[in-house]
Write a protein of this length. Sequence first.
Length: 320
Amino acid sequence: MSDLVYRSMRREDVPAVNLILSKSFTKARLEEGYKNTHVPPCHLSFLEMYLAGFPEGCVVVENRQGIIAYAFSRLWGEVAWIGPVSVIPVSQGKKIGQELLQRLVQIVKDAGARVIGLETMPRNYRNLGFYGKLGFVPQQLTIDMHLAAPSSPGEPPEAEYEAIFWGLSGAAERAALNESIEKFTRKIDPNLSLAREMELARQFDYGDTLLIRHAQRGLVGCALAHSETYTKEEPRRFLKVNALLLDETLALRPMLQWLFAWAAREGLGTLAVRTPTRYFLAFAELLRSGFRIFHADIRLTLQGYHEIALPESFYLSKWE
């Protein structure tokens, strides 16, 4: 009889989970031939933020010696994604990860998810096979891109656009903004809600949400970004955009200008974004704007739970 116990993750589990994350991802990088194989532990607050986002979708596996595996999942409205997931190296190859993933898939289904996915490195053929056996279908690449702040600020944004920081608004204004943001995100992806992620970014002091509003057309852009590092060894140089939605390409220029102003205010010199190449309009516009590619993952979605947001949308999202 197996002595394994699968249970919900608790806050006091986070230090053990952090060590497993570091050891397992370091081992994976070593096997995949990376030059820099060391994956440092995360800040505990970063993993605690993940746990707070969807606690019922975060699970650990333990035996008599302690925790040997874990998995996080997120729920952005009805868009669910899984990761990170790790099994301690000495316990790999025993189908623990398979059981863990199957449990998480059922959890997010029960929570009402209509989109279920994850991201992994395309060169990791073991992961592609592992997830494929569980019903996850490879989609297009997701591309990490960055752009250093321009040496001169350039022309100011057009007068008809204004920037609003959600976290800096008053309580009454924020309540009105929440309704507009929900309507805006659902227009681009009917399954998407960023409300909980916006709250967590402010609660844990990792970032904020920048809104772009047009004088006549109302809300035309939304960018949720983190300004803080995720590990002690990570240099503090990036403003990291986790989600960016625009309903008109014309709003990209003022959005980028205000994002760079935000980065400068935080002492950061580079803007980093991730875009699924499925949204080719966004990918192409960012390349034309000068962004350079520095990493690629591949997105997989569970059969029958694929994304339905139109590829013509300007929609960036980061599932990791």
